[in-house]
Design a protein around this ligand. Structure first.
Ligand SMILES: Nc1ncnc2c1ncn2[C@@H]1O[C@H](COP(=O)(O)OP(=O)(O)OP(=O)(O)O)[C@@H](O)[C@H]1O
Ligand SMILES: [Mg+2]
Length: 388
């Protein structure tokens, strides 16, 4: 089963009062000035990822911003926050699945959830009063009957009531998609220091937001899926030829990343591995761990500009959709205008627009490209907006 997010929307979260982003290409780059809201879009996607995985609203918010009062647009905790997406799922047939949930930060419970298949509502949850809610399941096709039953608190405390509680009433083709829906998305902002410091050795297959558990994930792959480990090692070797062998040494129940260097022959200990090598390894692992949609913050950080092409090629070849923020005109030089989303802050609100949504702009950009002006230069000159 293959899944691609075609639309993501967020309301009343951080600087996103009402943002709807459409994805048409395998790769999408978000560009814009400082404080325009690029990271806020990434954070909203990260929150959605946590909720989809079944994390409770309170825990998910704490992981994102520590206190829930910081999360709502302009700190107004009475406004419901809405997060949702539409995905194209290719299984035996091609289906459009839409999931949306709303909650208020001052109550930390799901107020409304809806699941749609090809635009038709198949299940909907609505909070009634403070301590109970109603789940409605719509039976398929021409039978218009609906079944409503009540769910009592605290079952409604967490997200995905619709998906988890409505399971038995849902069409089997929707139920089959649930595991995919739960685990389709991952979001990362890698920090070389967190990766380098190693982590406790545990059996883990999920890579954390900052990559701090990368050594454990890699060690788990080495012991349970050696083929995947070797695949990752091969991709890393193709990017950094000095790397002869990738290793995960264990000391005092902690596991680390180390490399055997071709010219030195010895294992390079984690404290001597370069920032760029650690980040590149983290990208490869994130792209090849089996997620359908991978979101990165500023992937060019710590990576040599000469490797930007390799990085973008890596994104293009990866078996998943890739969405990333960037500040680099050199990275934009490697993209098509159809892959760009301009992020701007207008009157304190984040607004997004795709370059290919404006036919005149797209035509102008294409003309400049045929004249030999690189896309990064076109953006840097202010032609597209999204510059300070
Ligand atoms: N709860 C909130 N309500 C409204 N606006 C907020 C809220 N929280 C943050 N912001 C706005 O979002 C801005 C930060 O946005 P963000 O971090 O997404 O910027 P960015 O585009 O990633 O910038 P950079 O290029 O510097 O990384 C803050 O400066 C503030 O203006
Ligand atoms: Mg940012």
């Amino acid at each position: 089963m293959k899944l691609m997010i075609t639309e993501f929307h967020a309301r009343n979260i951080l600087s996103l009062r009402d943002v709807s982003l459409r994805f048409r290409t395998k790769l999408t780059a978000l560009v814009g000035s400082h404080a325009s809201g690029k990271s806020n879009i990434v954070k909203a996607m990260y929150l959605l990822k946590l909720l989809l995985e079944g994390k409770g609203i309170r825990d998910a918010i704490t992981e994102l911003v520590e206190t829930s009062t910081k999360l709502p647009f302009k700190f107004d905790t009475t406004r419901p926050i809405t997060l949702g997406f539409t995905a194209k799922v290719e299984a035996n047939e091609c289906m459009k699945l839409t999931y949306e949930l709303s909650f208020r930060c001052d109550r930390e419970v799901v107020e409304h959830e809806v699941l749609k298949l090809n635009g038709q509502v198949v299940a909907e949850f609505r909070l009634v009063g403070d301590s109970s809610g109603t789940l409605t399941i719509y039976t398929p096709s021409e039978i218009t009957q609906s079944t409503t039953f009540t769910i009592d608190y605290p079952q409604i405390l967490d997200s995905l009531s619709v998906v988890t509680k409505a399971r038995r009433g849902l069409e089997s083709r929707v139920v089959d998609m649930v595991p995919l829906l739960r685990r389709c998305l991952t979001v990362h902002h890698f920090s070389p220091e967190s990766i380098r410091s190693g982590c406790e050795l545990t059996h883990i297959t999920e890579l954390s937001y900052d990559g701090s558990n990368l050594a454990s994930v890699l060690h788990t792959l080495l012991t349970t899926n050696r083929r995947k480990f070797l695949e990752i090692e091969k991709v890393l070797q193709s990017l950094i030829p000095e790397v002869d062998e990738l290793a995960t040494p264990v000391h005092n129940k902690n596991v680390y990343i180390a490399f055997r260097d071709k010219s030195i022959g010895d294992l390079i200990p984690p404290e001597l591995v370069s920032d760029g090598t650690l980040r590149l390894l983290a990208f490869i692992i994130a792209l090849y761990l089996g997620k359908q949609v991978v979101v990165f913050e500023e992937p060019e950080n710590c990576v040599h500009p000469w490797l930007y092409r390799t990085l973008i090629d890596l994104f293009r070849k990866a078996p998943c959709q890739v969405i990333f923020t960037t500040h680099s005109p050199y990275v934009l030089d490697l993209l098509n205008p159809e892959e760009l989303v301009i992020v701007e802050k207008i009157n304190g609100e984040t607004k997004v627009r795709r370059v290919d949504n404006d036919p005149k702009l797209l035509e102008r950009v294409r003309k400049l490209l045929t004249e030999g002006i690189p896309l990064g230069e076109v953006w840097y000159s202010g032609e597209l907006g999204g510059t300070p």
